[in-house]
Design a protein around this ligand. Structure first.
Ligand code: ZN
Length: 255
């Protein structure tokens, strides 16, 4: 770990002053490489908070361009970003926020063909995608590549969040232990058809960023084995514990 510069000590002073973080924890953040999948509703707060926190390398993968209807919740983009690739718009905002970090733009869709090669360059993965195909693909690739995955999902007024690190063995389940069967994509309503209250994405993306930072620094309790659910209308947080499935098609066999 390299020593923090005077400017870094000032920028991250409110982290460094926390006993649980300190210069060492901030150093871990600066050394960390996090892949954020999707620069949309979850990706916006995720990327803003991870960049502000000084996560040293951020990868952003997204193949979409900014649309006017995104701006109701995707607060990393603005009117001037409309029609620009989301990775470019997000990178410009993040570089203006914190030039201290490195950003890797990946203007592509995550596929079974490119996922291993992309994921292996990072330490942790934050899934802010909006579809089940990507969610299941990331679960399997992260297990193979032994990377911790923090995954969130949103719909209407509801959201959920969990952390998966089945490569550590023991009690750590994976996404397929929780949801063994991938539902057919066309049966599942998505934000574009079912709607989403914009700030719900902000709540969940911020919680997701918090869990990523905790995993990097190594503080607090992990969400591994727990599904945190947020009902904005309640408002209510609930938690469901779940266990590793020895018959799981992904983590039931060696990585
Ligand atoms: Zn599993």
């Amino acid at each position: 770990m390299t020593d923090l510069t005077d400017r870094q000590l000032e920028r991250y002073a409110r982290h460094v002053i926390l006993d649980e973080v300190g210069e060492e924890g901030q150093g871990r953040l600066l050394d960390a490489k996090v892949l954020v999948v999707g620069a949309g509703g979850l990706g916006a707060p995720l990327l803003l908070y991870l960049a502000a926190a000084g996560v040293g390398t951020l990868g952003i993968i997204d193949d979409d361009t900014v649309d006017l209807s995104n701006l109701q919740r995707q607060v990393i983009h603005d009117e001037a970003s409309i029609d620009r690739p989301k990775v470019e718009s997000a990178t410009a905002r993040l570089q203006a926020l914190n030039p201290d970090i490195t950003i890797e733009m990946i203007a592509a869709r995550l596929t079974a063909e490119n996922a291993d090669q992309i994921v292996q360059r990072f330490d942790l993965v934050a899934d802010g995608s909006d579809n089940f195909t990507t969610r299941y693909l990331l679960n399997d690739v992260c297990y193979r590549q032994k990377k911790t995955l923090v995954s969130a999902a949103l719909l209407r007024f509801d959201a959920q969040l969990s952390t998966f690190k089945p490569h550590l063995g023991g009690d750590h389940p994976c996404y397929r232990c929780l949801f063994p069967e991938q539902p057919p994509e066309d049966l599942i309503p998505r934000c574009e058809s079912a709607g989403i209250l914009g700030s719900v994405a902000g709540v969940m993306g911020s919680l997701q960023a918090t869990e990523i930072l905790k995993e990097i620094i190594g503080i607090g309790d992990s969400l591994s084995g727990r599904l945190l659910m947020y009902d904005a209308l309640g408002p209510q947080f609930r938690e469901v514990k779940f266990k590793r499935d020895p018959q799981c098609p992904t983590c039931g066999r060696p990585a």
